[in-house]
Design a binder for this molecule. Sequence first.
Ligand code: OFO
Length: 166
Amino acid sequence: MNDRMQQAFNDQINEELFSAYIYLAMTAHFEAMNLEGCAAWMNLQAQEEVMHAKRLFDHVNRRGGRVVLKSIGEPPVDFGSPLETFEKALAHEQHITGCIHDLYRMAQEESDLAAQLELQWFIDEQVEEEENTGRAVDQLRMAGDDQVALLMLDREFGARTPEEEE
Ligand code: OFO
């Protein structure tokens, strides 16, 4: 893989690890509110982000490139209400989708077919990420100020299971 692609993959590894950091901060935020199901949902999300970073990491290595890990930014501490927190998670996923699409377009410009194939998995994954997070946002909006509905949703979010990697 050429230098431009290698650098862009390294930047994306950093984006994915920062995502994990944000979701861990959201886990802590929900733990502090005693919303264990929401916390478990975010914790699972954080683990998936580490898996995404590792997938890009492996791709760079398998192509004879050099992984360079950069420092990870500090995430916020307070994300607001459960709805506001999930809305921020959705906005973050939309940002990551944009990054993946830019990376794919770069791979096309550079005629890097192997990177394009790898990134197709991520394009598909982002559809799922936005779908899952968007559903949670919609459900929390429906619950509104109803505390019982919120507790029921918390239980449902806690039942989320890890995604199988293909
Ligand atoms: Fe890696 O998909 Fe979320 O950020």
